[in-house]
Design a protein around this ligand. Structure first.
Ligand SMILES: [Zn+2]
Length: 264
């Protein structure tokens, strides 16, 4: 009898879980932008969006200013305490300025961020490759007196935050991928950037920050996830603009409007 109740309870939990997932619409809610028509949002340079898909709630970037980010989050009624994870696209202030507010309301949330040498999100480097060594020098003239730790940790700008550093394309949840690239452009040379790609029945949805590594390179990487993408058309839409697009066989479809369904 006890087993029956345990099994029945498990079924109810599964049903409720399924209902909750089914009730959550697949949508993108813009939280921070210098575009848009929502009068309740304070417009400012920068970008942040809440992506909801397949029952997952993902915050992508945090905008330019923590006070404005807080205002916009409250204005659209988004609960940042209930997130599966966060993606920080890159280290520019107009995308990470609201991190202080996010960490105030959700200090332990998992935050995927680009791994950069001595970057603001922290970094671990093996001491064996970190600097040049000269054993002929006296100990007081050598780093760590000549006996460095195996790993040298570089501090992050937000100590205690749950950063997960990413330096290669990674599937972070079923059908959800981070595309990791490095800019080779003057002005942002060697800046690391993450883009979020979500596989949907209607095509691949791509959420990007500034696309500093070049949108053509981001799309090229996306073709590894969806080889049917034809990247010869429509790739200008995202150039140096944060946003949300769906990639289909031959075309980008911008999906920047708050609350618009991804699958429509
Ligand atoms: Zn940028």
């Amino acid at each position: 009898m006890r087993h029956f109740f345990v099994r029945a309870l498990a079924v109810v939990v599964l049903l409720l879980t399924g209902m909750a997932a089914a009730e959550t619409p697949n949508r993108v809610t813009i939280l921070y932008d210098s575009f848009g028509k929502n009068p309740s949002l304070t417009m400012d340079w920068g970008f942040a969006a809440l992506v909801e898909y397949g029952g997952k709630r993902i915050l992508f970037d945090t905008g330019n200013n923590a006070k404005i980010f807080e205002h916009n989050v409250k204005a659209v009624g988004v609960d940042l305490g209930n997130l599966d994870f966060v993606v920080m696209s890159h280290r520019h202030g107009d995308h990470m300025g609201g991190l202080a507010y996010l960490l105030k309301v959700n200090p332990t949330v998992k935050i995927y961020a680009p791994k950069e040498r001595s970057g603001v999100y922290g970094d671990d480097q093996p001491s064996s490759t970190w600097y040049r060594k000269d054993a002929s020098l006296p100990a007081e003239q050598r780093y760590y007196s000549g006996a460095p730790p195996e790993i040298i940790h570089m501090g992050e700008a937000w100590p205690g935050a749950n950063f997960q550093l990413i330096d290669r394309n990674t599937e972070i949840a079923p059908g959800m991928y981070l595309i990791a690239l490095v800019s080779d452009r003057p002005g942002t040379l060697e800046l690391h950037e993450l883009s979020l790609a979500i596989r949907t029945p209607d095509g691949l949805v791509l959420v990007v920050g500034c696309s500093h590594p070049g949108v053509e390179h981001i799309v090229q990487e996306a073709t590894a996830i969806n080889p049917h993408i034809n990247r010869t058309r429509g790739t200008g839409t995202l150039h140096r603009r944060a946003g949300v697009c769906r990639l289909e066989e031959n075309i980008w479809r911008p999906l920047r409007v708050r609350g618009r369904r991804i699958s429509s």
